[in-house]
Design a protein around this ligand. Structure first.
Ligand code: FES
Length: 201
């Protein structure tokens, strides 16, 4: 009396064992479904990220500026013949006057910004320092001109850029044109204000 009858076995398996087995299958199915749905979420997230990246990259490519644009010549200057290519010896300055100022014409022996002629190496500048108007000398070794007052150096192959010293402005460059048939070199403008002037023209 009071003793529970032992569970009846069917085919060697008790009812409790069957319930446990079914419960295990149900839990496994639930976990599987969860993992599957998580995998779907991950997949969707990855796709969304790629799409977003592509959207951000496109305008950057489109907005890149052109790098080969040539600036137009300054307005109001006369077009004046300065010399013929045969008048120039390599790495020697040839002094001329243009638009009321003295200018130096030089064949640098290396391709230069704004250079003309068969080798793109003929340039012209106003030889007055942009710091305080000091006189300049040309250095053949470096293709720079050096100020005799505070020793600023201006690189003639790179648009007269001040590379060392007190000056912060480049040297005024004379814009040139070259006639391939005759070899004549023309000045057509000066690209910035000359030191000591309120206007170039
Ligand atoms: S005047 Fe030329 S660097 Fe000062």
């Amino acid at each position: 009396m009071g003793e529970k009858p032992s569970e009846e076995k069917k085919g060697g398996v008790t009812r409790r064992e069957v319930i446990v087995a079914v419960g295990g299958l149900a839990v496994g199915a639930a976990i599987g479904a969860t993992l599957l749905s998580r995998r779907e979420v991950v997949t969707q997230t990855t796709t969304a990220t790629v799409t977003t990246t592509a959207t951000v990259t496109t305008p950057v490519t489109v907005t890149q500026p052109p790098t080969t644009a040539t600036p137009p010549p300054p307005q109001g200057y006369p077009r004046m013949k300065l010399a013929n290519v045969r008048d120039l010896a390599p790495k020697r300055t040839l002094s001329k006057e243009y638009a009321g100022v003295r200018v130096w014409l030089v064949k640098l022996g290396e391709r230069a910004v704004g250079g003309v002629g068969p080798d793109g190496d003929i340039v012209a500048f106003v030889p007055v320092c942009t710091h305080m108007g000091g006189a300049l000398v040309y250095d053949q070794q470096t293709n720079c001109v050096v100020c005799l007052v505070h020793y600023t150096q201006f690189d003639l192959a790179r648009a007269g850029k001040a590379v060392t010293g007190h000056a912060t402005q480049s040297l005024p460059q004379v814009m040139l044109e070259y006639d391939e048939e005759t070899g004549d070199i023309y000045a057509v403008g000066i690209n910035q204000l000359v030191y000591g002037k309120t206007r170039n023209l």
